[in-house]
Design a binder for this molecule. Structure first.
Ligand SMILES: Cc1cc2nc3c(=O)[nH]c(=O)nc-3n(C[C@H](O)[C@H](O)[C@H](O)COP(=O)(O)O)c2cc1C
Length: 300
């Protein structure tokens, strides 16, 4: 009997549902699955207020950990696989998940073990995953693959639907917009990734990384990757700006976060189409280099 440990944080339950779908073939095979659910000591509100949402920006971008509720699953089970399930906050691993990666006990769960990452996000996760991959290696884990399931709507459509979901708690379709988040067929279809993992665990001649990719576990669009890179640089600068004067003027953080809460949605709508065109042109010009980078990123 195989044993799997799933470690994850999900705020609304979307990632939990995705992991459940991926784990369905493992359950059917009677594997023993342990769940370590990460809980921040101070829970994040849902739905978010505008200010609480954007106030998570500096610590998300700076990858500053928070305190977690003590873990209720010991690290010493004979696990054949550890699954790390996480979501993205402001282009980085969510604060609660990142707090696990920075936790003094994280190494005891990962060291010497095969690690599979599972991401449930809107559509920008690539650079966060590069960080997680490095961190898992630092902690002695051995990355065997990644599964990333995202909202397949066009970028601007998913920005509108996710804002309504996060700020009003409404996920259903409205006007001409689809439901927010990962589509039901993507959610259910994720079970096929679990089946690939099962075959690998059963020792069938199978290279997990390429087999997962063949099943469609990771799709990276060159233009979106360029957009993500640009946004990452801007986010770093804006984080510095938010925190620049907090020592002398503690109220400055709040004012600058409030400004961000106006600028970011406007920026996404005005700049994103322009950037989308320029990044598409750039992605054509730099096609060879970007494709090589994507191949490297997808190589597990
Ligand atoms: C504060 C915050 C920032 C987010 N930023 C991003 C992002 O940069 N890229 C992305 O693809 N998704 C982003 N999302 C969406 C999440 O990755 C995730 O899909 C959503 O919060 C649902 O996850 P859950 O399972 O925790 O409920 C963000 C969500 C939150 C709450």
């Amino acid at each position: 009997m195989k044993r799997i440990l799933i470690i994850h944080y999900s705020q609304t339950g979307q990632l939990t549902e995705l992991l459940r779908s991926i784990a369905a073939p493992w359950e059917a095979a009677d594997y023993r699955i342990d769940h370590l659910v990460l809980r921040p000591k101070r829970p994040y509100p849902f739905p978010w207020s505008r200010m609480s949402f954007f106030d998570a920006f500096p610590e998300s971008v700076g990858r500053v950990p928070v305190e977690l509720v003590p873990f209720d699953v010991p690290p010493d089970g004979p696990y054949d696989l550890v699954v790390l399930g996480y979501t993205i906050w402001f282009l980085n691993p969510s604060i609660p998940f990142n707090s696990f990666l920075e936790h003094p006990l994280a190494e005891t769960y990962l060291k010497g073990r095969p690690v599979l990452t599972v991401i449930g996000a809107r559509n920008m996760w690539v650079l966060a995953q590069e960080h997680v991959r490095r961190r898992v290696a630092e902690l002695g884990g051995h990355m065997v693959g990644n599964i990333s399931v995202e909202d397949r709507s066009p970028n601007l459509v998913s920005i509108i639907t996710i804002i309504r979901w996060m700020f009003q708690g409404k996920k259903d379709p409205f006007l001409m917009f689809p439901a927010a988040g990962i589509r039901p067929q993507e959610m259910q279809g994720a079970a096929r990734f679990g089946e690939v993992v099962r075959l690998w665990l059963e020792g069938k001649e199978l290279d997990l990384g390429p087999a997962l990719q063949e099943a469609g576990a990771m799709r990276i669009k060159p233009a979106l990757l360029l957009l993500e890179k640009r946004a990452t640089v801007l986010f770093g600068k804006y984080r510095e700006f938010i925190l620049a004067h907090v020592d002398k003027d503690p109220g400055s953080r709040r004012r600058r976060v409030a400004l961000l809460s106006r600028l970011l949605p406007i920026g996404a709508f005005i700049l994103s189409p322009i950037t989308a065109i320029s990044t598409r042109v750039l992605s054509l010009v730099q096609r060879g280099a970007i494709e090589a980078e994507i191949r490297r990123i997808m190589d597990y």
